[in-house]
Design a binder for this molecule. Structure first.
Ligand SMILES: Nc1ncnc2c1ncn2[C@@H]1O[C@H](COP(=O)(O)OP(=O)(O)O)[C@@H](O)[C@H]1O
Ligand SMILES: N[C@@H](CCOP(=O)(O)O)C(=O)O
Length: 313
């Protein structure tokens, strides 16, 4: 249950007076999610999602919130932040910074079909193009420096063969600089649980709090590794082809990107193998996460290593 900070109707009614959203009708905690407190808020004007940030401070939020505003202005399917009467997106409730956004149509899907993967690929490419005019800057906190230092801390917890494979992957990635690849703003965590699907269409992408400036192809690899994966860590070719075709219908990959695609898929899997190892072996104090299986991304990498077809033909 991800309601870390309780909000009552009595708390919310005066808060809502700072907005133009009508009168409070109902408030309901959202169970999904692991980082922040989220509530569905129904007013006489409609349905909204209220987030209370549990770890990010108000002064850390503008990059993410302004990015969401920017993407919303460009018609990207996201929940565009709603400003209060003072024109501010970030407000405060019960001691936590807050954000109000409209409730998006659709639901999270665990088992996407090829048509949905195509739409996600297409919307991701549209998002990359729309974000090119966003001026905010944020380094990736989970980049190569982070994963090599963190992997180093994880080796003592791992079996010999597993640690050797992780070490080899970190070494391999350190030899690839990807300097020629197009960069921009990326979501960096566009897993299935960070998108609402409305039938085959994207209802909206959510959870932009890993967004940063990095390599666009890396974002596509993160997304494909999750949306197109099979239970054993292999990739479903039909979904992968659909996602790549959807993406390339908007932003065709460059020759350099095509050449680096196989290694980028492994970089994207490595990042989450390492973060899951960290969450598993050294969970942050007070963190209420359900540790996800690190072995999953080890298997994804093993399948990528054996692959000869990368669905780009
Ligand atoms: N704008 C939205 N519209 C509809 N549902 C949303 C919206 N934002 C979040 N949700 C719901 O809340 C859940 C948790 O949101 P998420 O951003 O993943 O939380 P956390 O930041 O804690 O990981 C999502 O799985 C989704 O069901
Ligand atoms: N989508 C990720 C979880 C988000 O990243 P983390 O670094 O906060 O664990 C996953 O499924 O591993």
């Amino acid at each position: 249950m991800s309601v870390f900070t309780t909000v009552s109707s009595d708390d919310l009614a005066p808060f809502l007076k700072r907005y133009s959203l009508g009168q409070l009708v109902d408030i309901k905690g959202i169970a999904a999610g692991v980082t922040n407190t989220n509530y569905f808020v129904t007013t006489t004007h409609g349905k909204y999602v209220l987030t209370l940030f549990e770890t990010l401070r108000a002064d850390e939020l503008p990059y993410y919130v302004n990015l969401m505003v920017h993407l919303g202005q460009h018609g990207i399917a996201i929940a565009a932040p709603i400003a209060n009467l003072s024109g501010e997106y970030i407000d405060e409730l019960n001691g936590k910074p807050t954000l109000l956004v409209p409730c998006l149509p659709g639901a999270v899907t665990d088992s996407p079909n090829a048509a949905q993967c195509a739409q996600v690929g297409e919307m991701l490419a549209q998002m990359h193009l729309a974000a090119a005019s966003y001026s905010g800057q944020m380094a990736n906190p989970r980049g190569p420096q982070w994963w090599s230092a963190t992997a180093h801390d994880m080796y003592p917890f791992m079996g010999e063969a597993e640690a050797a494979l992780l070490h080899a992957e970190v070494q391999l990635q350190s030899q690839h600089k990807f300097d020629q690849l197009p960069r921009g703003v990326i979501h960096a965590d566009l897993f299935r649980d960070n998108a609402l699907m409305n039938g085959d269409l994207v209802g909206g992408f959510i959870d932009f709090y890993y967004a940063c400036n990095d390599i666009l192809l890396y974002d596509l690899a993160i997304t494909l590794n999750d949306w197109c994966v099979l239970p054993d860590g292999d990739i479903d070719a039909e979904r992968a082809q659909a996602m790549l075709a959807g993406y390339q219908s908007v932003r065709p990959l460059t020759t350099d990107e095509v050449a680096d695609w196989p290694i980028m898929l492994r970089a994207a899997a490595l990042r989450f193998w390492v973060s899951r190892l960290l969450d598993f072996h050294k969970p942050a104090a007070g963190e209420m996460t359900f540790a996800k299986d690190p072995g999953h991304f080890q298997r994804v990498i093993e399948h990528h290593k054996q692959r000869s077809d990368f669905w780009l033909s």
